[in-house]
Design a protein around this ligand. Structure first.
Ligand SMILES: [Zn+2]
Length: 242
């Protein structure tokens, strides 16, 4: 007898294959990442296609075959319509999907990660969200997913000597594991000089304080630093090219 599995998942990638088939990558509540084959789902007559798409949360049912899992049912739970209707939001959602795809390879349940996805997509989907805040949601996702995956960054004190940080001559070092002081700068010649505003943003992001985060005004210079240290961190931590 074939066993049918049911779970709820967040769809973050789709790949068309053959004439009308497709693979969906879904981060599920019960199994972690699943890559599920959907036969003939791109045909107009497919009964499954309205229940699953990229950036949907769907209830799915699948069977485990010898080589792959095959989708047998899909019901939409949440569509995130505002993300679909806003090109900038969609781009950010896509980038978060790519990060997830690169960092999460195996089937391993992670309730915190599932909750993080729910949290960031609901925030990004919010109709009242100021477009200047879109990127902050991406950074929130990024630094919190690093944390969940074991790459947490020390931002409260010097990651190396543990001394209190002063607002000047501070650097970000992936090697030392976070923000470092002037006295520790010689320990990592690739450490990047940052400013106190960037440290503040990282502290707010890592303490998951949405209320303060969404009220923040970030200077372009700090935004640039945040973007640079985020890219460096992605390349340092990423298990595959991303
Ligand atoms: Zn130090």
């Amino acid at each position: 007898m074939t066993t049918r599995y049911k779970t709820q998942g967040f769809v973050f990638k789709k790949n068309d294959i053959n004439e009308s088939d497709r693979f969906y990558s879904v981060f599920t509540n019960d199994f972690g990442r699943l890559d599920i084959f959907a036969k003939a789902i791109r045909k107009n007559a497919s009964k499954l296609k309205s229940g699953i798409d990229i950036f949907y949360i769907s209830d799915i049912e699948f069977i485990q075959g010898k080589n792959k899992k095959t989708l047998t049912d899909a019901i939409t739970i949440q569509k995130f319509n505002n993300i679909w209707q806003d090109v900038e939001k969609f781009k950010i959602a896509n980038r978060m999907g790519e990060i997830l795809d690169s960092f999460i390879k195996g089937e391993e349940r992670d309730e915190n990660l599932f909750n993080l996805l729910n949290e960031v997509f609901n925030k990004l989907n919010d109709n009242n969200l100021d477009n200047k805040k879109y990127l902050l949601i991406y950074y929130y996702f990024l630094w919190n997913i690093f944390s969940l995956l074991g790459y947490s960054s020390e931002v409260q004190k010097c990651a190396s000597c543990r001394e209190k940080l002063i607002p000047y001559n501070i650097y970000f070092s992936n090697k030392e594991g976070g923000v470092i002081c002037k006295g520790c700068f010689h320990k990592d010649k690739f450490a990047k000089e940052i400013n106190s505003d960037t440290v503040k943003v990282l502290r707010i992001i890592l303490s998951k304080d949405w209320q303060t985060l969404l009220k923040l005004k970030i200077e372009p210079a700090s935004q640039k630093i945040l973007s640079e240290i985020s890219e460096i961190a992605i390349h340092t931590f990423c298990p595959v090219y991303c």
